[in-house]
Design a protein around this ligand. Structure first.
Ligand code: MN
Length: 507
């Protein structure tokens, strides 16, 4: 994390010089001692060069005793234990439970040209394993209290390793991932068939829709010939994933901090005539130099009325002096994601009408964060609150007419902000997608709060001076027993602070 020091002094001097709110910019440090980590001496990280970074080969990334940054072998093991006990409890008429969670396979942009590999979040959450096409299998029979964990990985192969780099291999994988047994991936099909056909009253837990790994999907489907019942483990798994452990909270703080500073840097580099592409590059550069692997998603960098297209990612226009610029971007660090939106004037000075709209969205956002702490509502209710607040404030400013009833007002507000105001955040940007947004938020969930307003250039239902602008303000928020903790709170969002730093950095 020392790399942030390359970026931080410039940014720190800008923030200190021009804003009142940033007295101290902390430097990132590797996570050394996450709270509540159990130290289990018998779990050891094998020595030697393996298929992924370890505390021995990459001490600048992973502290001694951890499997991945900030997370121990024990924590991964406990997650597997929790999942198995919850699944067995959910379907207790079956005698045998076989759980299959595949890793992602490599993706190619064209022949033999790979994309950067991204592990399947469910698989990573349960193993910490970064190897493509590895497979986790857990078997619980009724005659034993414990269950057996088998990890299928690509075994050592000097020819393949010449091209692709070192593999962990079966013998080191057993110790590294603290599983009972590791086998070569080629054995998986036979193993599954044999297991399912030899055991009575078996239920196969496998995510059958939109399979994470099409290569093994047919193998798993074929094993169903042996009269096993099929159930999806994802709903239970996502209910676990949506509540973050202390170590995960620390990782989320880091990725949110990097994302926040990178948006600040993008703001500082903005000036009339610069391209959306350049601003996008500043964001990405700052993230990566600060310890993020890459962006969390293709960023939206949208000037003027282009910001009214919610998923504008072309980012190929030049920024005009009178435009507002909307950024929706985030980064990934150790697979944990941040997701931030900010909107600022290209010129560094809000026009009176842009300022009215911006302060209105900011007021809605702050009110929604307060509500999360006070009422802990389901995220769907938060969306209802947003429409009501947005409608009310727009009416107060004379942007929506006074003579319409509440229902119509909420409908008009909804048309001006058609996207949801919140989603869960973590290993996936839209995290734990099987967890409904109808359940109340709970302590240690991390959610976004992202109200917006999008007024098209040809929208004749609002006064002309407010048309052709899109504004969104998005923070990442940890639900606590008290007031929510805004993990992206070092990202500038007050009008005076934005005006103080836009354009202060030359590139
Ligand atoms: Mn978001």
């Amino acid at each position: 994390m020392n790399n942030l020091k390359l970026i931080a002094p410039t940014l720190q001097s800008i923030l200190l010089k021009y804003t009142s709110r940033f007295k101290v910019i902390r430097h990132l440090s590797s996570i050394k001692n996450p709270p509540d980590v159990k130290y289990i001496p018998e779990l050891k990280i094998p020595q030697g060069v393996l298929g992924q970074p370890t505390c021995h080969t990459h001490p600048h990334l992973i502290s001694t005793g951890y499997l991945t940054c900030g997370i121990t072998q024990m924590e991964y093991k406990e997650r597997r234990e929790t999942l198995v006990s919850k699944l067995v409890e959910a379907e207790n008429v079956h005698k045998t439970h076989v759980i299959v969670i595949p890793g992602s396979r490599k993706q190619y942009m064209s022949d033999k040209i790979p994309y950067v590999f991204r592990q399947n979040s469910d698989f990573f959450y349960l193993t910490g394993c970064l190897e493509p096409s590895a497979i986790l299998v857990m078997i619980k029979t009724e005659d034993r209290d414990s269950f057996k964990t088998i990890l299928f990985v690509h075994d050592k192969d000097s020819h393949a390793e010449l091209w692709e780099g070192p593999r962990t291999g079966c013998s080191a994988a057993t110790a590294l991932f603290s599983v009972d047994e590791s086998q070569p991936v080629e054995n998986f099909g036979n193993f599954l068939n044999r297991t399912i056909s030899s055991l009575k009253s078996t239920i196969l837990w496998y995510h059958n829709e939109s399979p994470a790994n099409p290569d093994i999907h047919d193998t798993v489907r074929a094993s169903l010939r042996h009269h096993a019942a099929l159930e999806d483990p994802q709903r239970v798994l996502h209910l676990m994933r949506v509540i973050k452990s202390p170590a995960e909270v620390e990782l989320m703080k880091e990725t949110c901090y990097i994302g926040s500073q990178s948006v600040n840097m993008a703001m500082a580099c903005t000036k009339p005539g610069i391209s959306e592409h350049a601003i996008s590059s500043v964001f990405e550069y700052t993230c990566r130099m600060s310890g993020a692997e890459h962006g969390a998603f293709p960023p939206v960098v949208a000037g003027g009325s282009r910001a009214t297209h919610i998923h504008y990612v072309s980012n190929n226009q030049l920024l005009d002096n009178g435009d507002m610029l909307l950024i929706d971007a985030g980064c990934q660090r150790w697979l944990y994601n941040s997701d931030i939106s900010r909107t600022w004037p290209v010129s560094g000075k809000f026009s009176p009408h842009h300022k009215i709209l911006y302060e209105l969205v900011l007021a809605v956002q702050k009110r929604l964060i307060d509500l999360l702490g006070q009422q802990r509502p389901p995220l769907d209710h938060l969306f209802d609150h947003m429409c009501r607040l947005l409608g009310m404030y727009l009416q107060q400013e004379g942007i929506l007419p006074k003579n319409i009833d509440t229902n119509e007002l909420i409908g008009r507000a909804y048309r001006l902000c058609p996207h949801h105001v919140s989603h869960y955040l973590g290993l996936d940007v839209h995290d734990s997608p099987l967890v409904r947004r109808r359940i109340p938020v709970a302590t240690n969930m991390i959610v976004t709060v992202e109200p917006g307003i999008y007024i098209r250039a040809d929208d004749t239902t609002v006064p002309p001076e407010f048309r052709g602008v899109g504004i969104r303000i998005e923070d990442d928020v940890l639900i606590t027993d008290g007031h929510p903790l805004i993990l992206t709170d070092t990202c500038v969002k007050e009008v005076q602070d934005i005006e103080a730093i836009v354009g202060r950095q030359n590139i």
